[in-house]
Design a protein around this ligand. Structure first.
Ligand SMILES: [Zn+2]
Length: 376
């Protein structure tokens, strides 16, 4: 087994897994870290007596001696649109301990950091990631410091506080919140970033593995995720890739990302054939219900765009006006998700137009509606 290490996704420079750095230090590059090494996927190593995502613990590339800091995350339901229609599937990621898919990543990130002896760390987020980090830090005995925009959803901020994290509200844009976190990291804090730390992606891979198990050892034709920074989309890809490398599936699912027209830097880059997404030009992002994907300057666009193209997927935009209708239409099936998650439902007609009527499509329902308040 190849030893665990990070490499820069841009220039390939290797870094140790316990580095204090969070991205490539070459000023001409500043690329993101990817995790290399670790075990190959082997279905014989799935722990059949564990129904959390730690059933895959022997397949997760984490430091030696890592003990799960777990709230029983993973094992989210996979249901079909209706008993008569299994061409649309929903993966209920909002049924996670803190109400969002982010728990898959923070259970492995916090566990990995704890194994490295880290006792305090910082994170920046507009909501779900902050709440998830705060919960897992509480569970693992880590001191958590969270930077969040002052404009973030009050329910999400209340959640961060009650988990006991030190919350620092930053006025202004989402990007200014990130800058405040970067300043804390430059002053010596460990960065438990859901965007940058590869241990986050380790847990997100299990999204794909669960789908493969729940569908009877196969994958749908397409997987559709909301895209802000692209964490779940990349996790789905890395997980599916591990299955293909192990010879368990013949081809990767086509991977689609969805943004709102109010904030669509990845869509613009996809349409224009660019390798990376430029920050949205002035006047910048417009107001949107989909606050969780209001990322004007995405950090990992190179990988996200590559995955969409390589798998035959796409990055699509939906009109802002379509989001509320999509949220209601899911609710009328008993599924109360936050507006950010509803973009995948709004994108369904566009994806059908690309894939045809016979394709089996899985929509990731990423966050709970209970945190975003009643739709108005
Ligand atoms: Zn580099």
């Amino acid at each position: 087994m190849e030893e665990l290490h990070f490499i820069c996704d841009c220039c390939g420079t290797p870094y140790p897994v316990d580095t204090q750095l969070w991205r490539c230090t070459d000023p001409a590059c500043l690329g993101n870290f990817l995790l290399k090494g670790g075990p190959r996927f082997d279905p014989g190593k799935i722990r059949q007596d564990d129904f959390s995502l730690w059933r895959y613990r022997d397949l997760l590339p984490l430091p030696t001696g890592t003990k799960p800091v777990s709230l029983g995350e993973g094992g989210t339901p996979l249901i079909s649109h209706s008993p008569a229609d299994d061409l649309v599937l929903y993966k209920l990621e909002f049924m996670a301990p803190t109400g969002s898919f982010k728990d898959r990543g923070f259970t492995t990130l916090v566990s990995g950091l704890a194994a490295q002896g880290v006792q305090q760390a910082v994170e920046d987020s507009s909501g779900n990631a902050a709440a998830s980090f705060a919960a897992y830090a509480a569970r693992g005995g880590l001191k958590a410091r969270v930077f969040a925009p002052a404009s973030a959803s009050p329910a999400k901020l209340a959640q961060v506080r009650i988990y006991g994290a030190a919350l620092e509200l930053v006025p202004g844009s989402r990007e200014m919140t990130t800058e405040a976190a970067h300043a804390a990291v430059a002053a010596g804090a460990r960065y438990a970033s859901h965007v940058h730390h590869p241990f986050m992606m380790v847990g997100l891979r299990t999204f794909a593995w669960e789908i493969w198990e729940q569908m009877g050892k196969k994958m749908p034709d397409a997987i559709v995720c909301p895209v802000g920074q692209g964490g779940l989309l990349l996790g789905a890809y890395e997980g599916a890739l591990a299955l293909r490398e192990a010879g368990l599936i013949d081809r990767l699912p086509r991977i689609f990302g969805v943004q709102t027209a109010a904030c669509d830097p990845m869509v613009r880059a996809f349409e224009e054939g660019e390798e990376t997404a430029a920050p949205l030009p002035p006047p910048g992002p417009q107001p949107t219900r989909a606050e969780g994907i209001r990322i004007a300057a995405p950090m990992r666009s190179r990988m996200v765009l590559r995955v969409a193209r390589e798998t035959g997927g796409a990055i699509l935009r939906v009109p802002e006006e379509a989001i509320l209708e999509a949220q209601k239409s899911l609710a009328l099936q008993g599924l109360f998700v936050e507006p950010t998650s509803a973009v995948v439902m709004a994108a369904r007609p566009a994806i059908r137009a690309i894939l045809g009527l016979e394709a089996q499509i899985l929509l990731a329902l990423t966050g709970s509606g209970l945190k975003s308040g009643a739709p108005v």
